[in-house]
Design a binder for this molecule. Structure first.
Ligand code: PLP
Length: 364
């Protein structure tokens, strides 16, 4: 492995917090060691606090964000269940595909990419779906959607529908209030605003979801009944399910401690200020932002590649000459959009200035 030190300003992974890197290097503990169990319990408590939930079943899953998505559908959807998915980018599309594989009758509510989710259209898509799924922060476009408005409206209408929110790019970068927003199921990923290497998917499941869950999901690894028996324990103690990645969990715990010490509001403000400076600088350079105004994420900015500029060449020059990574667009925007992330440890004014300066040089 070359010891190349990159500035990771793409859509993730981002450079981890120094605390997270140190956490990874601590002497390894076994997954049933009482000292490790204390770390795991603290990590789950910290996740609950950051997420704004009291859900007892809150845990870091051993896999990336996509395992969170898989686990969410595997434990809630059976063949023939109606699942409404709000699609305004790549990750909404992925949700449709995952739900379909569990036999769901998927009702897609398509939006133009770059636009936020329209709550009314999602509500009108079906009168009584089993599950509604939405991406809080669409990394493919840089757009935030109002999950709270959707959750409250759904719960007012009926008690039967569960709400699932993808929080991969929002957790750790902006305030989240899952219980107040009436979100039943949510997952995230460690490599974005949480400021940890990729490898874990923080996950939370409400008591309402637990009462309505699929008791024997077709994917053994994602069975929340079995996972819960390890994380929560029971009368017979903690049951082995799989070997928890203890070093990764220690690293996540260290990053969450860092966020707690700085204060989640201060962390969100740091993301907001860095994103605002980046957007201002890009516009000053004459570039056009992609995401709809008023719905732009601070932590991920999408910008149109100027006419006649080779998108891939610019990204390669940034990497070769400045050791700086930014992301391409996705799907039909692959060559016409860049995505610049200022997440977690990188949500700083100096990082915003560095990427602006490098981009100015390369585009000159
Ligand atoms: N959902 C969103 C919004 C994402 O941005 C990503 C990854 O970029 C995922 C899901 C999938 O996560 P992973 O790539 O960690 O499996």
């Amino acid at each position: 492995m070359p010891l190349t030190d990159r500035i990771l300003l793409g859509p993730g992974p981002s450079n981890p917090y120094p605390e997270a890197t140190l956490g990874l290097a601590a002497p390894l503990l076994g997954h049933l060691d009482p000292e490790f169990i204390a770390v795991l319990e603290r990590t789950c408590d910290r996740l609950r606090a950051l997420w704004g939930t009291g859900n007892p079943l809150t845990l870091p899953l051993s896999g990336t964000g996509s395992l969170g998505m898989e686990t969410a559908f595997a434990n809630t959807v059976s063949a023939g269940d109606v699942v409404v998915v709000a699609v305004n980018g790549l990750f909404g599309e992925r949700m449709c595909e995952v739900a379909r594989r569990y036999g769901a009758d998927v009702v897609r509510v398509d939006h133009e990419w770059g636009q936020p989710v329209d709550v009314r259209r999602v509500l009108d898509a079906h009168p009584s779906p089993r599950l509604v799924a939405v991406v809080h922060a669409e990394t493919s476009t840089g757009v935030v959607s109002d999950v709270g408005a959707l959750g409250r409206a759904l719960r007012e209408r009926s008690d039967d529908t569960l709400l699932l929110a993808d929080c991969v790019t929002s957790l750790g970068g902006m305030p989240l209030e899952l219980d107040a927003w009436k979100v039943d199921i949510a997952y995230s990923g460690t490599q974005k605003c949480l400021g940890v290497a990729p490898g874990l998917a923080p996950f939370t499941f409400s008591e309402r979801a637990w009462e309505r869950r699929v008791t024997t999901p077709p994917v053994w690894y994602a069975d929340l009944g079995l996972l819960g028996a390890y994380v929560r324990g029971g009368p017979g103690g903690r049951a082995y399910h799989h070997t928890a990645p203890t070093a990764m969990i220690a690293s996540l715990d260290a990053a969450l401690a860092r966020i707690e010490a700085e204060g989640p509001e201060a962390v969100a403000e740091r993301h907001r200020a860095a994103g605002a400076r980046l957007r201002e600088g890009l516009v000053d350079m004459g570039l056009e932002l992609f995401a709809a105004e008023g719905h732009r994420l601070a932590q991920l900015t999408s910008v149109l590649v100027p006419e006649g500029v080779d998108s891939a060449k610019v990204r390669m020059r940034l990497l070769d000459e400045y050791g700086l990574e930014i992301g391409a667009g996705v799907g039909r925007y692959a060559a016409s959009v860049w995505r610049i992330g200022l997440m977690g440890h990188n949500a700083r004014l100096d990082r915003a200035e560095v990427v602006l300066a490098a981009l100015r040089r390369v585009l000159d």
